[in-house]
Design a protein around this ligand. Structure first.
Ligand code: FES
Ligand code: FE2
Length: 356
């Protein structure tokens, strides 16, 4: 009789990664990734998972965000189960203590006159706080954290949407944002209309790790989040997609001269799980209720989630011939090409042809 394999909870699998698996090369290691809102991080340790690696985050005595591998060098215990004292994290198992840069400062079982072995250290990672988000880079950053120029502009009001977790690859999540064809169909009455589905002409410019593109479209007032004078009107969208997983979208309303901004960045938890962080910002309705904008974004995200989680394969196919791309899918095609150019393995398998 065969006994079916028991499903191992994801977190246990992650904690059980070998040293080699934890250090193996992955081109995604060399980018900044968001790992949570800054307002959710305190001196209490918090575990997060990035690119399959369990990490522990906390704030030290100066309020600076710190990030270590969530795996004690002694016996592989999750440090996130421990506590923070004087800015340092203490392992819950035997009480070894580590600084924010991974140095061990105390091994209670050693006599006081014995030095702490040099190998008693935990890998520490670059950790920055920007735009109310905590960002981590596990390798050498290829580029800075993506731009969000309105963040420090006092003329804008920012509404942070609750993080949303999808069972999909982060690139699939981002590509959904680049997809103009679905706006009026899936989001009929919110981001477009089924009566007006032809995607306007647009071009995509690629500069280094960024894709830039613009599109003017007719949109409904959508419950008041669009600053239009009538029930429908024109909106000019300016996009900057920063590799690998961030989008800045500024929507300008020529009728009123106002703008609404969406800043989105995804955390690649593992190859099939992602967390999206999103700001809805505006330079109008400054005394208004943020929840209107948050609810709008949540409605859209939920419509998208169902569709995106159904997409197969889970990984974005880097071979362009694997799916049928039409001319209005050009941003998605350029996104895949740009991702492939930053991933040697994907570049080798990429096919350049697509249907216009
Ligand atoms: S397992 Fe962390 S101190 Fe022993
Ligand atoms: Fe969508």
């Amino acid at each position: 009789m065969t006994v079916p394999a028991r499903e191992v909870p994801a977190q246990n699998r992650l904690r059980g990664l070998t040293r080699r698996e934890l250090t193996q090369s992955d081109p995604m290691l060399d980018w900044w990734h968001p790992v949570g809102y800054a307002s959710d991080l305190a001196t209490t340790p918090r575990q997060t998972v990035l690119l399959g690696r369990a990490l522990v985050l906390w704030r030290d005595e100066n309020g600076t965000a710190r990030c270590l591998r969530d795996l004690c060098v002694h016996r592989g215990t999750a440090l996130s189960l421990g506590e923070v004292q004087n800015g340092q994290i203490t392992c819950p198992y035997h009480g070894w203590r580590f600084t924010g840069d991974g140095r061990c400062t105390s091994i209670p079982q050693l006599p006081a006159d014995r030095p702490i072995p040099a190998g008693a250290a935990v890998p520490a990672f670059r950790c920055e706080e920007r735009y109310g988000l905590i960002w981590v880079c596990l390798g050498e950053p290829r580029a800075d954290i993506p731009d969000f120029p309105e963040w420090d502009d006092s003329g804008f009001r920012h509404a942070a949407c609750p993080p949303y977790t999808w069972r999909t690859n982060a690139a699939r999540m981002v590509e959904n944002f680049t997809d103009f064809g679905h706006l009026g169909w899936l989001h009929d009455g919110l981001l477009g209309m089924r009566s007006d589905l032809v995607v306007p002409e647009h071009t995509v410019q690629r500069t280094g790790h960024e894709l830039r593109y613009n599109l003017t479209m007719n949109v409904p007032s959508a419950g008041g989040v669009n600053d239009l004078q009538d029930a429908a009107g024109t909106m000019t969208n300016t996009y900057v997609l920063s590799l690998p997983h961030a989008i800045h979208l500024r929507s300008h309303y020529p009728d009123t001269g106002h703008s609404r901004v969406l800043f989105f960045a995804a955390q690649p938890v593992d190859e099939q799980t992602s967390i999206g962080y999103c700001y809805q910002s505006r330079d109008f309705d400054l005394e208004g209720d943020d929840q209107v904008y948050i609810s709008f974004q949540e409605t859209l995200a939920e419509q998208d989630r169902v569709v995106v989680e159904s997409q197969r394969p889970e990984q974005l196919p880097m071979d362009i011939a694997d799916e049928l791309h039409l001319k209005f899918d050009r941003v998605a095609v350029e996104y895949r090409k740009a991702l492939a150019d930053h991933s040697p393995a994907a570049r080798e398998s990429q096919h350049r042809g697509w249907i216009s």
